[in-house]
Design a protein around this ligand. Structure first.
Ligand code: FNR
Length: 183
């Protein structure tokens, strides 16, 4: 059976390191996994007044999430927390109350930044949100990836052997997690 994973990148930056990491991670996944990056850059700021009449971009996001077996969050850390654009997307697809698209979908959390703690605090905050949304989230192994210019090679793969082996192991655990928890 093919497994479909929706990738949510928490950065809108054109040359985002996290998008590069997300693309490189996909190359390390089992062959029967397919990945789709879920678009969040055109969502309006969340407004509860619109809950009864969600706009087309929000409906599109909810439909895309609902079509996925698992979700992979790959995000930078902003001011020791979750980027606003990522939280905005999560809030949109969680509403109206009782119709959350996230509920029950297995998740993985990973990210990269140049700082030595490599998005650890963003990941903790995000885990809190995903726990409330009832998304079973891979606990181990954790991955805090310090971004260096040579992390991703010209072919879009993880350049360093040790880093690639580590991330390969992370992806194997994530893939098994999604298969175990997919609805
Ligand atoms: C950052 N950055 C950052 N880095 C970090 O390790 N911890 C942090 O708390 C923050 N805070 C922060 C706030 C804001 C508003 C910005 C714009 C940046 C730096 C961040 O890691 C860096 O810009 C990355 O390049 C962002 O990831 P992408 O966009 O390359 O994927």
């Amino acid at each position: 059976k093919r497994i479909r994973v929706g990738v949510v990148v928490g950065s809108l930056r054109r040359d985002s390191f996290n998008r590069r990491l997300a693309m490189a991670l996909q190359k390390l996944a089992p062959a029967h996994f397919e990945f789709e990056q879920l678009r969040i850059d055109d969502l309006p700021p969340y407004d509860q007044d619109d809950d009864g009449e969600q706009c087309a971009q929000v409906k599109r996001l909810k439909a895309a999430v609902s079509a996925c077996d698992g979700i992979l969050f790959v995000s930078p850390e902003y001011n020791r927390s979750i980027p606003g654009v990522l939280k905005n997307a999560i809030d949109h697809a969680s509403r109206p109350y009782g119709t959350s698209a996230w509920k029950g979908r297995p998740a993985g959390v990973i990210g990269t930044s140049q700082g030595a703690i490599g998005t650890a605090l963003m990941q903790q905050h995000l885990r809190n949100v995903l726990a409330y949304l009832d998304m079973p989230t891979l606990g181990q192994p954790e991955a805090f990836v310090q971004f260096k210019d040579d992390l991703v090679d010209d072919e879009g793969g993880i350049a360093n052997d040790d880093t690639r082996k580590f991330l390969q192991g992370w992806m194997a655990a994530y893939a098994a997690w999604v298969e175990a928890h997919a609805k």
